[in-house]
Design a protein around this ligand. Structure first.
Ligand code: SAH
Length: 353
């Protein structure tokens, strides 16, 4: 048995953690232990990333998807899902609008929609870049090395591709049409093509235990991604996992804190899913390591249909309202709102920084 106090000592000394150590930590429910871990994560966040919270304007531009991810409401077999696809001009206009709110990152997310070929996506990226002073993050799924390279050349700055779970067995079970090795290859290709890369996972997936969650932390420690998205799994009744239990806020916060500890310089959002299972979920995440929030700027009539999971937060709000409410929340947490792009730490600091 590994002594949890030894693990805490290693955390304080910023030493790499082993799989056994993280598993032991995740298996304890000792509040005092977790309060120490949370305080340490908050300290690392403050030391490396400061008090400013970065806003990323989210645009969910299509909910068509050819994939069958067992947890996701956008899966192609979900025939009850009303589908929409924003027109390229609508996407460009909305990206410019996000920029007028002083938000300097647009996150373009969609299902894997064959309509949006790499050529079309490149055109959209180039148009936005020529018309707005903004960073662009893409979150559009698995593609070839050449496609990633083309998107990067067109001007996209960042790419989010969560690894979803670092347990190959669980990954393969949840993704009948994708393999864990393929996901990892895509992630490695994204690094090679010069993107700022975001990976991450869901917490509380059916069949996922502390050993699996520890694998997620070890994977983050190994890859040192620029961004890390962690949120609870939320059971969607329109999927095969509809009757399973959702992840808990407690375990999600533990994972966010450990992500901050093993990747002190990463941008870590307080995710919408975390705010959806607990009304104060995002605030809590900001207190244990998170430094990013993503106001949703998907036009109202589309956003109600981007139902990857049910009871998503802020569905009844227009983007400007979401933006105002998030800014107020950040200030009430004693933090400030960043006015710059919020690029990856490795690009904004010198090597000794
Ligand atoms: N097609 C893109 C975007 C996927 S949606 C891609 O493959 O990267 C963005 C994220 O939502 C997913 O990576 C997944 O981690 C999360 N997600 C999907 N279904 C979910 C659910 N039921 N509960 C919580 N998060 C979910």
């Amino acid at each position: 048995m590994i002594g949890v106090s030894c693990v805490i000592e290693k955390i304080h000394a910023s030493q790499p953690l082993t799989h056994e150590e993280v598993t032991a930590l995740l298996s304890t429910n000792d509040t005092a232990v977790w309060n120490t871990v949370y305080a340490c994560a908050d300290l690392f966040r403050k030391k490396y990333m400061g008090d400013a919270v970065h806003l990323r304007g989210l645009l969910e531009f299509s909910n068509y998807c050819i994939r069958e991810c067992a947890y996701c409401g956008l899966r192609s077999h979900n025939i009850n899902q009303v589908r929409y696809r924003m027109k390229p001009e609508e996407i460009i206009d909305q990206a410019i609008r996000i920029n007028t709110y002083g938000i300097k990152t647009v996150v373009m997310q969609s299902g894997e929609d064959p309509f949006f070929t790499t050529e079309i996506l490149c055109d959209i990226v180039r148009e936005i870049k020529s018309k707005a002073d903004t960073a662009i993050t893409l979150s559009v799924g698995e593609k070839t090395f050449e496609e990633y390279a083309a998107l990067r050349t067109a001007g996209a700055d960042r790419y989010l591709l969560r690894h979803e779970t670092a347990s190959p067995e669980l990954y393969n079970k949840l993704h009948p049409d994708s393999r864990f090795e393929d996901r990892i290859r895509c992630i490695e290709n994204l690094f090679k093509t010069g993107f700022q890369v975001g990976i991450g996972s869901m917490v509380g997936l059916p069949g996922q235990d502390e050993t699996d969650l520890a694998k997620d932390i070890l994977l983050l420690q190994k890859y040192q991604p620029d961004m890390i998205g962690i949120g609870p799994f939320i059971a969607n009744p329109e999927t095969p996992l509809g009757n399973d239990k959702s992840g808990t806020i407690e375990m999600t916060l533990r994972m966010v804190a450990l992500a901050r500890i093993v990747c002190p310089k990463a941008h870590i959002p307080a995710t919408t899913a975390t705010g959806s299972i607990d009304p104060l979920g995002r605030e809590k995440a900001l207190r244990v390591g998170a430094n990013v929030v993503m106001p949703n700027f998907t036009p109202q009539h589309y956003k109600i249909h981007y139902t990857i999971y049910p009871n998503k937060r802020c569905l009844d709000e227009e983007g400007s309202k979401c933006n105002g409410c998030i800014r107020a929340m950040i200030h009430s947490e004693g933090r400030t709102v960043s006015t710059d792009y919020g690029h990856a730490y490795r690009l904004t600091h010198n090597q000794n920084g």
